[in-house]
Design a protein around this ligand. Structure first.
Ligand SMILES: [Zn+2]
Length: 126
């Protein structure tokens, strides 16, 4: 098996150990109700790895004891300015977690990582 696929499976298994399931599909999404992460198989494996790391970052944030207080507006779900700012804050923090997690799985952080991060964050602002 190609080493990238091996790394992908390692991250997937780690995510699944938190009670989430990772499925393959035509788009990237996260469903917190069903604890499902869908990974777009049209993307290159390198991008899918980065995407999974980012989602794992979300899981780590979610497990922190201050999550409910820090992101109360996201839990409330009212789409106001505070919600928008919290959403972006959470995304940036999940990317920070992903960057930290990368070394644990032996993934080098290169410009591809930052490019994908930028493209993803942009969707929350523009
Ligand atoms: Zn995210």
């Amino acid at each position: 098996m190609n080493s990238s696929y091996k790394i992908y499976d390692e991250i997937k298994n780690h995510i699944e150990s938190f009670g989430y399931r990772v499925i393959n599909g035509k788009e990237d999404y996260w469903d917190s109700t069903t604890k499902t992460i869908c990974c777009n198989t049209k993307r290159k494996i390198e991008r899918r790895i980065i995407y999974l790391l980012h989602e794992l970052g979300h899981i780590y944030l979610f497990q922190k004891s201050n999550y409910d207080k820090k992101f109360s507006s996201l839990i409330e779900g009212k789409k106001n300015n505070r919600f928008t700012v919290s959403e972006i804050e959470q995304e940036i923090l999940a990317w920070d977690e992903a960057e930290k997690l990368a070394s644990r799985f032996g993934i080098p952080i290169d410009e591809n990582f930052y490019k994908f991060k930028f493209e993803n964050l942009k969707t929350y602002i523009l």
